[in-house]
Every structure is written in C-alpha cells, then in structure tokens.
Ligand binder design. Structure first.
Ligand code: C5P
Length: 238
C-alpha cells in the first residue's frame, strides 16, 4: 500500500453530501490515520468525489462490502485498487472461500501497493434470532469465528469486528491478522444506535489494529480537536 496510516483512527465520512464530506475531511485529515468512505458517499459521488475529498497521501478505507461471484468481486477489487488506491477494503466473508480467494489474488496483483482485504464477518445489526431466520444455526460468536477463519484461510488480511470480539479473535488468530473495529465511543458519551461500544484506548488495548470512528468525531462541534485528543490518548496507551 502506498500510504501507511500514522495513527489507528479511520474517520468514517458517512454522508452523500460532497461539500459536507470535504469539510469533514479537511478538518480531520491531519489528526487521523485515514478516512473511511462507504456506500452512501460512493454511490452519490463516485471515484471523482473520493479523489476530491481524500487528499494525496491520506490512507483510504474503502468500505463497499463487496459480495458477488468471485469473477465480479476480483474485478471490483482490481478497479478499486487502480482507481482509488485504497489502503484497505471490505468484502463479505459470507461470499465464500472462492470469492475471498479471488479478492485476495486480485489485490496481490498490486504488489507492495496492494489494498488489505478485510472480511465482514457478521453485520452487527443481526442478532441470533435473525441468524436463525437466514438459516444459520448456532450463536453469532461461533459464526463470527467461522467467518474469520474462512477469511484468513482464503488469503484475507483481517476482519471487521465489534469491540466485544476483539479479545477472542486476537487470541485465536495471533498478531498479524488485522482487526478493524467500529462501535467506538468516547468515555462518557452515549452509544447512538451502536449496540456494542468501547472507548478508543480500551479497543486498542484489547488488540484492535484500526478504529473506525464516525459520529464521535464528525458530529462534534470541533472535529479536529476531538480527533487530535483521541490520537493523543491512544499515543499514551500504545
Ligand atoms: O458513527 P459511528 O462511529 O457509529 O460510525 C461507525 C462506522 O462504522 C459507520 O461507517 C458504520 O457504517 C460502520 N460500521 C459499523 N458497524 C459494523 C460495520 C461497520 O458501525 N458492524
């Protein structure tokens, strides 16, 4: 990958509004390790919008959660790497072994500039009841572990996981497997609509590699100051 994050924080820029995204990006770019753009921003603004918002040298986490036949996902990974040069991107682990392998192989074609391939194990919006309804027996914890194993065995670099899964996955998969963690809230803050939350320092101490932080930064009165304060806090525990 061409640009390495200078700290573990990826700020989620979750808006379809290009000007708003640009304001957030300009405010926080110097204080965070990188920016995350997902379906909302990319559907509205495309690669040209991403290029306008993500400055040169700012690591991009492209969170489009690819899930399709292997050939199509490989093509999407190649297109993303060529056009957007993301530091990391997501695919759904449930796309299966051949799909994850195809994504990893497509990424590998970019050598040292390749994007990290991260598996989405289980959407945190699904509970055990929902899992049953889509035909998956057993607990969500077992399912997450199974999807993470599939991701690793098929050449993925790591997974997205909730704060409560960090410890178990780190123990099980060792130090090289990347754990990227949303659901981060500042100490003393509310949880918005996130069911499982943790503070930045606790998530890092538990074994997270990168933290995805959206509203705690973007909805603050002074986003840059909040991002800088979190980064300083993390420096202290690193
Ligand atoms: O605003 P907040 O910090 O909750 O934003 C978290 C970001 O991480 C959002 O972009 C959200 O889509 C993403 N995310 C999540 N939970 C997951 C996977 C991704 O919150 N399980």
């Amino acid at each position: 990958m061409s640009h390495r994050p200078t700290n573990p924080i990826f700020c989620a820029v979750d808006t379809a509004d290009l000007d708003h995204a640009g304001r957030i990006a300009r405010a926080v770019s110097g204080a965070v390790g990188g920016l995350k753009l997902g379906k909302e921003f990319m559907t509205a603004n495309g690669p040209a919008g991403a290029a306008a918002v993500v400055g040169d040298g700012v690591p991009l986490f492209l969170d489009l959660k690819f899930h399709d036949i292997p050939h199509t996902v490989a093509g999407a990974v190649r297109a993303a790497a060529e056009v957007l040069r993301p530091f990391m991107l997501t695919v759904h682990s449930a796309g299966g072994p051949a799909m994850v392998r195809a994504a990893a192989a497509a990424a590998a074609g970019f050598g040292v500039d390749r994007p990290l391939i991260l598996g989405v194990t289980l959407l945190t919006s699904l509970d055990d009841d929902d899992l049953g309804r889509i035909g998956i027996a057993g607990s969500s914890d077992d399912y997450v572990r199974r999807m993470a194993t599939l991701t690793r065995d098929c050449g993925g670099d790591g997974v997205i996981c909730s704060p409560k899964e960090i410890h178990d996955l780190r123990q099980h998969f060792g130090g090289d497997f990347k754990l990227v963690v949303p659901g981060i809230r500042l100490a003393g803050a509310g949880s918005d609509d996130q069911k499982r939350v943790m503070t930045p320092a606790d998530a890092l101490a538990a074994g997270a590699d990168y933290l995805v932080i959206g509203r705690a930064i973007t909805a603050a009165a002074a986003p840059a100051e909040v991002a800088a304060a979190i980064a300083a806090d993390l420096d202290a525990v690193a």
